[in-house]
Design a protein around this ligand. Structure first.
Ligand SMILES: *[C@@H]1O[C@H](CO)[C@@H](O)[C@H](O)[C@H]1NC(C)=O
Ligand SMILES: *[C@@H]1O[C@H](CO)[C@@H](O)[C@H](O)[C@H]1NC(C)=O
Ligand SMILES: *[C@@H]1O[C@H](CO)[C@@H](O)[C@H](O)[C@H]1NC(C)=O
Length: 366
C-alpha cells in the first residue's frame, strides 16, 4: 500500500472507531421500552464466556474465535463476533453486549443491566452437560441466577431488585446438543425413550426452568426455537453419508427440530399468564432460507465452517493453528457447528419484527 493509501486507510479506521464509540453511547429505546436488564440462559448459541471460568475443555476464548469482535477479543463466544442475544440487547437499548455471570470483574452497573448464565455444550437433559465434560446444567444456571439475585439484593436492596427483575427480559436458547449429540449420537437415551417421548422430557425440563424463573420474579421471557440441526456442517459430515461431495442437509435431524419447535409453541400457549409474557422466536425458517438461498444474503459457503477444513472442527479443534477462510462474512458457519456473526445478524433481523410487536405490546402493559 502507498503511504497515501495507508493514510486514507488509517483515516477510515479512525472514523469507523469514532462512529462505533458514539453509537455505543447513544442507545435508542425503540417504542420507549423500559426493559431494565437482560438475563440469558442456555447453550453455546447464547454463551458469552461462562465456560472460561469452569473446568472444561469446551471453550472458545482463544483465536480465531472473536476475530470480528471489538478489539478482536476471543471472549468465549463460539463465533467470530457477536451473538443474536448481543444484537437483541443493544437493539432494545440496554447495552451493547451481555457479559458472562461468572466473570469476577463485572461492575455493579454491568450486573444491574444483565448477565448471561448460559454454558456451551449444555442441554435441557442433565445428561447432555455430563457428556460435555461437566458444563453448567440448567438447574445450576437457575441456581446461579438465585445467587445473583441474593447478591444484588445485598447491594441495592430487595425493592429495587424486585423492580429490576420484573422489568427485565429473560432469554432462553437451548436444545440442539440434546438432540444432535445426546439423542442421535449416543445410545444412552435412545434405549429408554423414542424421540416423541424424549422431546416431552426436554420440554418438561424447559417448563421447569420457565416456572423457576417466574418464581424468582421474571415476567418477560423469550424462547428461541431450534435451528435446522441437519444443516450444521459437523452433522452433515457425520450423518449425511456424503461427507465430502454434495454434503446435503440431513432431514431426519432437522425434522426433529421442527417437531420440537411446534411442541414448544403449543406448550407456551398453555403457560401464558395475564401478567407475564412468553414470546417464541423462530430461527428455523430464517436459517433454513439462508442455507438454501445463500446468494440472497451474500453467502458463498453454507455446508462447511470457516475454521480449518470446516468439516468437523469446533472448540479446541478450531484454534490458532487452524487455517481460517479469508472472509467469514461469506460463510454461514464459523466453526463446524456455530454460525458466523453475519449469520447471527440476519437471524436477529428476522426476529426483529417479533420483538417490535412485543415491545409495542409491552408499552401498553407497563
Ligand atoms: C417516546 O417518548 C417520547 C417522549 O415522551 C415521545 O415523543 C415519542 O413519541 C415516544 N415514542 C414512541 C414510539 O412511543
Ligand atoms: C418497597 O416497595 C413497596 C411498594 O412498592 C413500598 O410500600 C415499601 O415502602 C418499599 N420498601 C422500602 C424499604 O423501600
Ligand atoms: C413412543 O413411546 C410411547 C410410550 O412408550 C408410545 O406411546 C408411542 O406410541 C411411541 N411413539 C412412537 C412414534 O414410536
Amino acid at each position: 500500500m502507498s503511504s497515501r493509501g495507508l493514510l486514507l486507510f488509517n483515516f477510515v479506521t479512525v472514523i469507523t472507531v469514532i462512529v462505533t464509540v458514539s453509537e455505543s453511547r447513544e442507545l435508542i429505546r425503540p417504542f420507549n421500552n423500559t426493559i431494565s436488564a437482560v438475563y440469558v440462559f442456555g447453550d453455546s448459541t447464547v454463551d458469552s464466556g461462562n465456560n472460561n471460568y469452569i473446568n472444561t475443555v469446551f471453550k472458545a476464548n482463544f483465536p480465531p474465535y472473536g476475530t470480528n469482535f471489538a478489539n478482536h477479543t476471543p471472549t468465549g463466544r463460539f463465533c467470530d463476533g457477536r451473538l443474536v442475544m448481543d444484537f437483541m440487547t443493544s437493539y432494545v437499548g440496554v447495552k451493547e453486549n451481555v457479559p458472562p455471570y461468572l466473570d469476577p470483574t463485572l461492575s455493579l452497573d454491568e450486573l444491574m443491566t444483565g448477565v448471561c448464565f448460559a454454558s456451551s455444550g449444555t442441554g435441557l437433559d442433565p445428561l447432555t452437560a455430563q457428556l460435555f465434560d461437566g458444563v453448567i446444567t440448567v438447574p445450576k444456571q437457575l441456581e446461579n441466577f438465585k445467587e445473583y439475585k441474593t447478591n444484588l439484593e445485598a447491594s441495592i436492596g430487595k425493592n429495587r431488585t424486585k423492580t429490576l427483575i420484573k422489568k427485565a427480559a429473560f432469554l432462553i436458547s437451548i436444545g440442539t446438543n440434546d438432540i444432535a449429540v445426546n439423542y442421535m449420537s449416543t445410545p444412552l437415551r435412545r434405549l429408554t425413550y423414542n424421540i416423541t417421548v424424549y422431546l416431552q422430557v426436554l420440554l418438561q425440563q424447559l417448563k421447569q426452568l420457565i416456572e423457576g424463573l417466574r418464581e424468582e420474579g421474571a415476567q418477560i421471557i423469550g424462547l428461541v426455537g431450534l435451528p435446522p440441526i441437519g444443516c450444521v456442517p459437523a452433522v452433515i459430515t457425520l450423518y449425511s453419508g456424503q461427507p465430502i461431495f454434495g454434503r446435503p442437509c440431513v432431514d431426519t435431524f432437522s425434522n426433529i427440530a421442527l417437531d420440537y419447535n411446534n411442541k414448544l409453541q403449543d406448550m407456551l400457549k398453555t403457560m401464558q399468564k395475564p401478567n407475564s409474557i412468553l414470546v417464541y422466536a423462530d430461527i428455523y425458517q430464517p436459517l433454513n432460507d439462508i442455507v438454501h438461498n445463500p446468494s440472497k444474503y451474500g453467502f458463498e459457503k453454507t455446508n462447511v465452517g470457516c475454521c480449518g477444513t470446516g468439516l468437523i472442527e469446533a472448540t479446541f479443534l478450531c484454534n490458532s493453528g487452524s487455517v481460517l477462510c479469508s472472509d467469514p462474512s461469506k460463510y454461514v458457519f464459523f466453526d463446524a457447528i456455530h454460525p458466523t456473526e453475519t449469520t447471527y445478524r440476519y437471524l436477529f433481523e428476522s426476529i426483529r419484527p417479533t420483538m417490535d410487536r412485543f415491545l409495542k405490546k409491552l408499552s401498553q402493559l407497563m
